[in-house]
Design a protein. Structure first.
Length: 525
């Protein structure tokens, strides 16, 4: 190996890896719950991000340690799979490793801990699934509670009722595909002024000032080709010997553009949205025909427009017919703040909608967007699985209680690992209490007493500082969030516990070191 390779073996390797994981967990731990604090991350360019969203914090921090990066992956997986619960997954990973370290100090072998954790995690999935309650799209109040639970503690908390209305209506309109709900942000106004548009809002203005600012009962053409003269593929040279030839060449270009516009006009289209450019001459002819046009529309926005208006995206203007046009009740340009935006609304059966978020600053808007995405992920996860659990640490306390009962059925040292797993699950209610400034020992003692009495949804009301029935209080979370957090945390804990040798590669230039040569070409001893 290269000369400057660093190698850590055995217990030292495990200790270093567990320390790195615990530090990452400690970093985001204070952001958990309704009373969680925010983090301000300033990058090398001076850009500022203020958030209490676990995955955002970890992505913005430039983490170098390889084990710490594994914990970041847990947060990313949770975000991809559910969209929320990233902080829960990370602090659970840290707590599992912290408890494993205590067992390692007692000379329990890593493979025994891994086996015990595996059994406990499998049992935890079964216990959670068994105690979960069912939910359907008809349970509007419960769905609203899921949204308000997700938004509570985020920057947009003051407007959670308004945002819940918007999200519920959006899901009702387009279904459970998150990609069909476009989120557009604009500074100015307050979060309360956010609205749902049953259509699409584009951050684009009309290309020509003579075009109509507002149209009603509009047929829409969507093009992913340019309304410009196409350049030749190969390099070409045109020799002009007479000024009239040059004029004829210019006239021919203009005629071609006019023909393109005439083809669009002939279909009956009143609005054109183009993925590529629109030539100045074409803009003039389009405005003369009373057509509203926008250019350089993003491909993703064009696809959403197709789903909202029912139009077909066309790649060649020659193939455009009236059958491929979409419909919108209104197409208009509106000034929001300092910028012009295009509203396409009043669609007959929109399969794509837009949530227009408002806020005082870009930081407020960014945090509102993260809150909306978390809540959207929660509702989709709840409706896809049809199962939900009580929040406020209730599900974790009930799970820990049942896991302790299960641990007693295990023989050998795996029982110690299963008990350590159950203790680790309690990190969620303990952290909720700590972040709210409550005494975690008192709160956990009271929670355990309530669960022993058979109140399975006994959770922590951090605002009043007492134990309540989270289900009756409307604190509800999707089952999938809990299952995924436990699954990911357990897997990464097992992965890190298996490592007993860390080899950090040195410089390749160093190469293998040869022993120095002595007399007669023999290596010196």
């Amino acid at each position: 190996m290269p000369q400057d390779t660093q190698r850590t073996l055995g217990r030292d390797a495990q200790r270093n890896n567990i320390l790195a994981a615990k530090l990452v967990a400690e970093t985001v731990r204070t952001t958990l719950g309704p009373k969680g604090m925010d983090k301000m991350i300033v990058d090398a360019m001076g850009d500022v991000v203020v958030t209490n969203d676990g995955v955002t914090v970890l992505e913005e921090m430039q983490i170098e340690h390889p084990t710490a990066k594994m914990i970041v992956e847990v947060a990313k997986t949770q975000d991809d799979q559910v969209g929320d619960g990233t902080t829960t997954a990370v602090i659970l990973s840290g707590e599992l490793l912290k408890n494993a370290e205590h067992l390692l100090d007692q000379n329990v072998h890593p493979t025994v801990i891994i086996k015990g954790y595996g059994l406990a995690a499998e049992k935890a999935q079964a216990i959670l699934s068994e105690m979960a309650e069912t939910i359907t799209a008809a349970d509007k109040d419960k769905l609203r509670n899921i949204i308000t639970t997700a938004i509570t503690g985020k920057g947009a908390e003051a407007s959670k009722e308004k945002l819940a209305d918007i999200l519920l209506e959006a899901i009702e309109t387009v279904g459970l595909n998150k990609d069909d709900i476009k989120i557009e942000k604009k500074t100015g106004g307050s979060t309360e002024e956010s609205e749902l548009i049953k259509g699409i809002v584009l951050d684009k203005e009309r290309v020509h000032s003579s075009m109509p600012q507002k149209l009603g009962d509009v047929k829409i053409a969507l093009l992913d080709c340019a309304i410009e003269i196409k350049e030749t593929e190969a390099d070409t040279k045109i020799q002009v010997t007479d000024p009239s030839q040059l004029q004829a060449f210019i006239d021919r270009e203009e005629r071609s553009l006019k023909e393109m516009v005439e083809k669009i006009v002939a279909t009956g289209a009143k609005a054109v949205f183009c993925q590529k450019g629109i030539d100045d001459i074409a803009q003039y002819y389009l405005s003369k025909a009373g057509i509203y046009a926008a250019r350089r529309v993003a491909k993703s926005d064009l696809e959403k427009l197709a789903r909202a208006t029912g139009a077909t995206i066309i790649s060649k203007i020659n193939e455009l017919t009236s059958l491929q046009l979409g419909y919108a009740g209104t197409v208009e340009e509106q000034k929001i703040g300092d910028e012009e935006m295009t509203y396409i609304k009043g669609c007959r059966n929109p399969k794509s909608v837009t949530i227009l978020l408002r806020g005082g600053t870009t930081h407020v808007l960014a945090e509102s967007e993260r809150a909306i995405k978390d809540a959207l992920g929660d509702v989709v996860a709840a409706l896809e699985s049809g199962k939900v659990v009580g929040g406020a640490g209730a599900a974790e306390m009930e799970l820990a209680k049942k896991l302790r009962e299960y641990a007693t059925s295990l023989s050998g040292r795996e029982q110690l690992a299963a008990l350590a797993f159950a203790d680790a699950i309690e990190v969620v209610p303990r952290t909720l209490a700590e972040n709210a400034g409550l005494d975690p020992i008192d709160m956990l003692t009271e929670l355990k007493a309530r669960h022993d009495e058979g109140i399975k949804w006994a959770g922590l009301d951090v605002f009043e500082g007492k134990v309540v029935n989270s289900w009756e209080k409307g604190i509800i979370e999707p089952l999938k969030l809990k299952l995924q957090a436990i699954k990911s945390a357990n897997e990464v804990a097992q992965l890190i516990l298996r490592i007993d040798d860390v080899i950090a590669g040195g410089s390749k230039k160093a190469g293998p070191q040869m022993p120095p040569m002595g007399m007669g070409g023999m290596p010196q001893m």
